[in-house]
Design a binder for this molecule. Structure first.
Ligand code: GLU
Ligand code: ZN
Length: 489
């Protein structure tokens, strides 16, 4: 059997972690098994359709760097890949189900359905259609037709028995038919299919072999199996993916933080890091290894390594992955990546001047080790481009020293700094170490006031590199500014 899998988003919102995880697992499963990965746009709910959401699908996967083999933009032998362009097919097969006695026309007005719902609510009954039109006589039906009522088509869920639905991960799920949604609508009165009908027909005609999707679709499983049976088709294999939760055990949502890929992108995450981290949401390779490129995942992904337990989305862990991938970048690449953030923050001009480029290039080796996100870059390099507007004297004075002593230290430091350029880094370290000793304090307490003077903050790129990049003249001037501030405030 040829492996054919699909990602079937509804363009009603932006691509989020859960959807991308589904897409990624389908893609990896196709690659690992020499199969095809298909994108199908489930756009039959016209009230919730968003043009922007469709664009977001293309942009997100372009950015992530993996793509479908068949889909609306690339074509394929099983198209069209927009459900809204397949309406005739759904209508034809809905009618077939009516003809074979597996579905029926329902003429109930929205008012009647609302009334039933109210009665069920008051009497604490399970909600659902009361199957009023399931056994209309020919005369009754004609009467509705003559009144010009446009019917919907409903599926006849068997009244008795049970339906067995097999899931690769969760095993067999047996549902009494009386627990299945009583006669769901397949075709709406506007001629558009519902999710169930279009989804089943498309998976059949697109020859989908495996369905991997979020666990929230499990309740639809038995109904889909019944639909396949009614059509006389073989259902695909099912595999419902473990839920993705926040740390509090609730389904991952906006309350936990960013969930859409465009937000993560804007927050300075790299696609490689997201792919790697998302691949581990409900899947693992073994107990020790967790760093994988997309290419590697393509050959090692198996359904056998899926977890049953829900996956927990850990923002800190994702950031850690991101730092790893930032460090893997070539300096030239990292420069291009941080540039938009430096421009957006106003740290450099748009476009940067030649001088600014030179400084950015010099800064990359200093900041690459310290970055967790691309958005960290502006704060790390700002001191190289802008004068420091205000020094916090609390930051300048080390915990163990007082103002008087700090002033003394900084003045001595200034003396050493004059010859800074004439010495190697090791030499300079020695010189500052000796100075610290002669002043009776720790090296850190000597360097901290200098660091704050040069960079404006206590947490900065490596100090000596920063001084070199800033230039001795400017560095001395900043030290003087701080000395003056210590003397006068
Ligand atoms: N359109 C559905 C969704 O938005 C597809 C679910 C499925 O894969 O069957 O997730
Ligand atoms: Zn009805």
């Amino acid at each position: 059997m040829k492996v054919r899998v699909r990602y079937a988003p509804s363009p009603t919102g932006f691509q989020h972690i859960g959807g991308v995880r589904t897409a990624l697992f389908n893609y990896l499963f196709a690659r690992a098994n020499g199969g095809s990965f298909i994108l199908r746009i489930e756009d039959t709910d016209r009230t919730r359709y968003m043009e922007e959401a469709l664009q977001d699908i293309y942009e997100t996967f372009d950015w992530l760097g993996f793509r479908w083999d068949e889909g609306p933009d690339v074509g394929g032998d099983y198209g069209p890949y927009f459900q809204s362009q397949r309406l005739e097919l759904y209508r034809k097969y809905a009618r077939k189900l009516v003809d074979s006695g597996n579905a029926y026309y329902c003429y109930c007005s929205p008012e009647r359905l609302a009334r039933i719902r109210k009665i069920q609510l008051v009497n604490k009954m399970a909600p659902g259609y009361d199957r009023h039109c399931r056994n209309l006589t020919d005369d009754e039906r004609r009467e509705y037709e003559e009144k010009g009522v446009t019917p919907v088509i409903r599926f006849k869920v068997p009244l008795e028995g049970k339906t067995l639905f097999r899931d690769k991960l969760l095993g067999e799920i047996e549902t009494p038919n009386e627990d299945i949604n009583p006669d769901p609508v397949l075709l709406k009165s506007d001629g558009f299919p519902t999710y169930h009908l279009a989804n089943v027909i498309d998976d059949h005609f697109m020859e989908i072999s495996h369905i991997m999707r979020a666990q929230e679709w499990i309740p639809s499983g038995p109904l889909h199996v019944l639909l396949y049976r009614a059509f006389g088709w073989e259902p695909p294999e099912y595999c419902h993916l473990p839920m993705v939760m926040g740390k509090d055990g609730q389904k991952l949502s906006k309350r936990h933080g960013a969930t859409s890929l465009r937000e993560f992108r804007h927050q300075g995450y790299l696609p490689e890091a997201l792919i790697n981290y998302i691949a581990l949401l409900g899947w693992s390779y073994n107990d020790t290894r967790e760093i994988f490129s997309l290419k590697e995942l393509e050959s090692i992904f198996t359904l056998e390594r899926l977890n049953k337990a829900p996956a927990v989305f850990d923002y800190k862990k994702l950031e850690w992955f991101n730092g790893i991938y930032i460090r893997k970048k070539k300096p030239e690449e990292l420069k291009e990546l941080i540039l938009p953030y430096l421009i957006e923050d106003g740290v450099v001009s748009d476009p940067p001047t030649g001088e600014e480029y030179r400084i950015i290039e010099g800064a990359i080796p200093l900041i690459q080790e310290r970055m967790r996100r691309l958005t960290d870059a502006p704060n790390l390099v700002r001191f190289l481009f802008r004068e420091i507007e205000e020094y916090s004297i609390d930051d300048v004075i080390p915990k163990k020293l007082d103002r008087e002593k700090t002033l003394k230290v900084l003045k001595a430091v200034r003396e050493l700094l004059i010859d800074f350029d004439k010495h190697s880094d090791e030499d300079n370290e020695m010189r500052f170490r000796e100075l610290a000793e002669s002043l009776g304090c720790k090296l850190g307490d000597v360097l901290m006031p200098l660091r704050v003077a040069i960079t404006g903050t206590r947490v900065s790129p490596p100090l000596f590199g920063s001084i070199k990049l800033l230039g001795l003249e400017k560095s001395l001037r900043r030290v003087d500014t701080v000395i003056k501030q210590l003397e006068t405030t």
